[in-house]
Design a protein around this ligand. Structure first.
Ligand SMILES: Cc1cc2nc3c(=O)[nH]c(=O)nc-3n(C[C@H](O)[C@H](O)[C@H](O)COP(=O)(O)OP(=O)(O)OC[C@H]3O[C@@H](n4cnc5c(N)ncnc54)[C@H](O)[C@@H]3O)c2cc1C
Length: 392
């Protein structure tokens, strides 16, 4: 019997076995594990190692490179289930989508060198260096430069911020300007993507940023950092396009994580509302308690449908741009709302660390801002889907 009938899966539930196996793996990493790491802002090495060994982090790497070769929906199920079980995929989710840039635009040599070693866990590709302190959301005004020096190398100078997991990654996918902005026709040109082996370079410094949640984000400084010319991914000057080409996958996977978070919160809320007795009856008998939980559940299910629609378009080779963005927007809102309802339902206990709710509340709040903020998604929909005038 389904013990959680209110959390029935969407029609045509896929990857049931993967879900069950991920849930089993996550059971080895209960709340105490995450709380301990949260206190010291430490990296969940054991969790990431377990995910790597089981092959889940290599879900999207094709079999010919040693991965599992699942479609995007398989990866979405894995990340959703991790969140639903109360764990945090934020520690390693970037590997799934940044790897796609190498797969789609990397040379045969880069794929052969990196993908099998990423799949086996020998190398971690967790760091994605795009955001900078001055440019923020306006990515094309980034200031980090990579100057070609002779035939064999580039020299990188500049700074990134919020580069998550930089201290726990061997490789970084880096976006830098190779042609000055005033020498290109469009500001999106002249940016290039590099795969940087952080273990082998000089002139790279990282500084952790202590933040609201345990996300291992860093400032990264490049001071005349030399990288071999063959670190360039694809063609010089086309890096922005390569990064954009991975955005749909990124948005969909983050949305799946938010759906997982919303399920975790809603399950917790409903369970507590049934068992907590105040004024001689379960608090869940009061509609003031029921309704926010029911609404959060409805919104989560709607977001989940949009995730499925975005996946369907993605996997059938259609353009999922609008749906991927809407999935991210709706799912991040749904998880945020479910988190709020969960804290409220638990009263004072919602704030106690041992319930894990305040931790998950902080963790899911991030997705209103990163990797793309809600405002920027609304702006995309307004201008690119609804045809309103450009605001920036
Ligand atoms: C914990 C964490 C982890 C992160 N990890 C990474 C990572 O691994 N790699 C990486 O490259 N980046 C990472 N980021 C950066 C993240 O992608 C950015 O913070 C995010 O894109 C917003 O950029 P910003 O912080 O510079 O905000 P800003 O661009 O300064 O914007 C500030 C606010 O203004 C709003 N705003 C800006 N322009 C407009 C406009 N035209 N219309 C309406 N509203 C607007 C934004 O939506 C935002 O709410 C991370 C951030 C955090 C907090």
């Amino acid at each position: 019997m389904n013990e959680r009938p209110y959390l029935t899966e969407a029609p045509g539930e896929r990857y049931k076995e993967v879900r069950e196996e991920v849930a089993k793996l996550c059971a080895g990493f209960p709340g105490e594990y995450w709380r301990r790491l949260d206190e010291t802002r430490s990296y969940p090495t054991e969790f990431v190692t377990a995910l790597t060994k089981s092959g889940y982090l290599a879900a999207l790497i094709p079999e010919e490179y040693g991965g599992v070769g699942l479609p995007l929906s398989g990866a979405a199920v894995i990340l959703e289930e991790i969140q639903r079980q109360g764990c945090n995929g934020g520690a390693c989710h970037a590997q799934m989508y940044t790897m796609g840039t190498i797969l789609r635009h990397g040379s045969a040599a880069q794929k052969a060198e990196y993908l099998p070693r990423i799949a086996s866990g020998e190398l971690r590709l967790q760091a994605f260096g795009v955001t900078e302190p001055t440019s923020g959301t306006d990515t094309t005004s980034l200031r980090t430069t990579a100057r070609r020096d002779g035939n064999d190398r580039y020299i990188v100078n500049g700074q990134k911020i919020w580069t998550s997991r930089a201290e726990h990654s061997d490789l970084m996918l880096l976006l830098a300007r190779t042609t000055p902005r005033d020498q290109v026709a469009k500001k999106t040109e002249g940016l290039s993507t590099f795969i940087v082996d952080m273990r082998k370079v000089q002139g790279l410094t990282t500084r952790p940023i202590r933040s609201m949640m345990n996300h291992n984000s860093c400032e990264v400084f490049f001071d005349n950092m030399e990288i071999p010319a063959d670190s360039l991914v694809g063609e010089e000057g086309k890096g922005f396009r390569y990064i954009l080409s991975g955005m749909n996958a990124e948005r969909i996977l983050i949305a799946a994580e938010c759906v997982g978070d919303a399920k975790w919160f809603t399950e917790r809320s409903a369970a507590y509302a049934k068992e907590r007795v105040v004024f001689g009856r379960p608090i869940g008998q009061n509609q003031g308690i029921q309704f926010p939980i029911a609404r959060a559940y409805a919104n989560m299910r709607a977001a989940e449908l949009m995730v499925h629609e975005a996946l369907r378009l993605y996997e059938t080779g259609q353009n999922p741009g609008a749906e991927a963005n809407m999935a991210k927007l709706l799912a991040a809102d749904a998880s945020n709302e479910a988190a709020n309802a969960c804290i409220q339902t638990h009263g004072g206990f919602g704030f106690a660390e041992e319930y894990d709710i305040e931790r998950k509340f902080r963790e899911t709040r991030l997705y209103q801002v990163a990797p793309i903020s809600t405002n920027l998604i609304l702006s995309f929909l307004a201008e690119h889907v609804l045809g309103m005038p450009r605001s920036y």
